[in-house]
Write a protein that binds this ligand. Structure first.
Ligand code: CTP
Ligand code: CA
Length: 235
């Protein structure tokens, strides 16, 4: 019995995870997006479910099967992901923003297909900023009195630790998982990843460097570290 409880440390917890890219329409046949495969977010969902949590996965367009025991909500745009996150995060214990949210969308998506114009060599698109989903959830947490714990990701090509620390502070996160995406074979689209974890909890500030490993193993380490923060943070 005790051994079973030890293997299911997330039992009774509700975890909400965003994953994959978002897709921002330009017109009925075109969109703006990025190369996120969703693998890391789906691995996190699988790991949390294996550790006993109730898991809600909010996914952008990806080509992956839903992990066993996971409740999945599919979205396309950042604004749809934002809405689903707000709805689910108000009643969760742990929110993990793993999605590669498009920072900008077209100011207005054209109602009809944009036609190529004779005599014009270029096309200028007007983009506007999308909402910062995780920063918004972290603000919700502040006003709702201490829940959920909020974990973000940072994909960087340089100055990994400095940019990750800045995001941890600026977005008021409890923990950040920083990836150096300039390393070949790791990160975007790959099956393996390495990460620098930075966190704040009741015991102060911590950090850990996780070496290259399958995303499934990295996911488990991230969930276990987040559970540690949940247990030790001040109420
Ligand atoms: N994120 C989010 N909503 C956005 C943009 C990012 O929730 N509109 C989340 C991501 O899911 C991730 C974290 O914020 O957990 C960091 O994403 P990142 O793109 O690295 O941060 P940005 O603040 O967008 O900074 P930049 O792209 O300029 O590095
Ligand atoms: Ca971004």
């Amino acid at each position: 019995q005790a051994a079973l409880a030890g293997e299911m440390p997330a039992r009774g917890l509700h975890v909400v995870i965003t994953a994959g890219p978002t897709r921002e329409p330009l017109d009925p046949v075109r969109y703006l997006s990025n190369h996120s495969s969703g693998k890391m977010g789906f691995a996190l969902a699988a790991a949390a479910a294996e550790l006993g949590a109730r898991v809600s996965l909010i996914s952008g367009p990806v080509n992956l099967p839903t992990p066993a025991g996971v409740e999945r909500t599919d979205v396309e745009t950042a604004r749809q992901m934002h809405e689903a996150s707000r709805r689910l995060a108000t009643e969760c214990d742990l929110f993990i923003g793993c999605a590669a949210v498009a920072d900008y969308r077209a100011a207005t998506a054209a109602e009809h297909k944009i036609k190529k114009r004779e005599g014009e060599e270029g096309l200028t698109l007007k983009l506007v900023k999308n909402p910062d989903i995780i920063a918004d959830i972290a603000r919700l947490r502040d006003s709702a009195g201490g829940r959920p714990l909020v974990v973000g990701f940072a994909a960087e090509t340089r100055e990994l630790e400095a940019y990750a620390r800045d995001k941890l502070e600026r977005k008021r996160l409890d923990m950040i998982v920083a990836n150096d995406v300039s390393t070949a074979g790791l990160g975007f689209g790959a099956d393996d990843n390495a990460a620098l974890l930075l966190w704040r909890d009741g015991e102060g500030e911590g950090g850990a460097s996780l070496p290259p490993q399958p995303k499934s193993e990295l996911a488990r380490a991230v969930i276990e570290r987040a559970l540690g923060c949940l247990t030790s943070r001040p109420v």
